[in-house]
Write a protein that binds this ligand. Structure first.
Ligand SMILES: [Mn+2]
Length: 259
């Protein structure tokens, strides 16, 4: 059982309510997974089944479902249809949003407004493995494409809640410029999206911070393909974008599932 507490997201009050309202009634187990990066979607569904993920459970994906692998947009389309699953924004989805102009209808007026800055944003995304996602989106019809962009615009940068008496904070990449006294609403969006923690970094003593973004192989061969647990945080990016299997973590009992 878990309760979502009010979180200051810096978004409009309506949007702030959106995620917690969506959760009501899904109070069995809470699962988290991150950085799927277009990992074969049928294998992901197999993994959920293997974990016994059911209609009263809730899945929170900690961002970066797109890019690198081919199936990224399938995850977005699936997540948009699920009542008991949601995602945080990852830096890759943020890059997609920064290139939203690619997915709008092209006319002379908006074409003439494209600048060097726009091109740089597209290059940055392509450099980070965005090509396959761009292709998938451009193959969808205009309305589906825009619905995806709108869906991502409403996703949060973090989620804070209590589960079985323990406080949790979920973000995509941990917290850059961490200061235990600083309200979460005062961080820069990039602090949630592009952080690269050291193994020795500490976050809150009384809140377990769970995130992805940095594949565990980054911390040495002994961590390859495995979730990293430190005293104050958990990195669940096991490197699905780099050929390792994703690991699904059930926060209620810290049980791990993989294929
Ligand atoms: Mn990332």
């Amino acid at each position: 059982m878990y309760k979502t507490t009010k979180m200051p997201t810096g978004r409009s009050p309506d949007e702030e309510q959106y995620v917690p309202e969506l959760r009501k009634g899904f109070d069995d187990m809470l699962y988290v997974i991150s950085d799927l990066h277009g990992y074969p979607f049928d294998k992901f569904l197999e993994l959920l089944e293997k974990a016994g993920f059911g209609g009263n459970d809730f899945l929170m994906v900690l961002g970066d479902v797109i890019d690198r692998g081919a199936d990224g947009v399938k995850y977005l389309e699936w997540l948009m249809r699920q009542k008991n699953a949601d995602m945080l924004l990852g830096n890759h989805e943020a890059m997609l949003l920064s290139c939203h102009f690619l997915f709008e209808e092209v006319n002379e007026e908006n074409l003439s407004k494209l600048s060097q800055r726009h091109l740089r944003l597209v290059y940055q995304w392509a450099d980070n493995g965005g090509n396959l996602t761009m292709d998938s989106l451009l193959n969808l019809n205009y309305h589906k494409r825009l619905a995806i962009v709108e869906y991502l615009r409403k996703r949060s940068l973090y989620e804070r809640f209590e589960l079985n008496g323990r406080q949790y904070l979920l973000t995509h990449s941990g917290l850059r410029n961490f200061d235990s006294e600083k309200p979460l609403g005062e961080y820069d969006p990039d602090d949630f999206l592009w952080n690269r923690p050291q193994l020795t970094d500490r976050y809150y003593d009384d809140v377990t911070t769970v995130f992805g973004h940095t594949p565990s192989w980054f911390y040495g061969k002994e961590h390859e393909g495995k979730i990293i647990f430190t005293e104050t945080w958990i990195d669940i990016d096991t490197g699905a974008g780099y050929g390792f299997s994703p690991v699904l973590l059930r926060l209620d009992d810290m049980k791990q599932f993989t294929i």
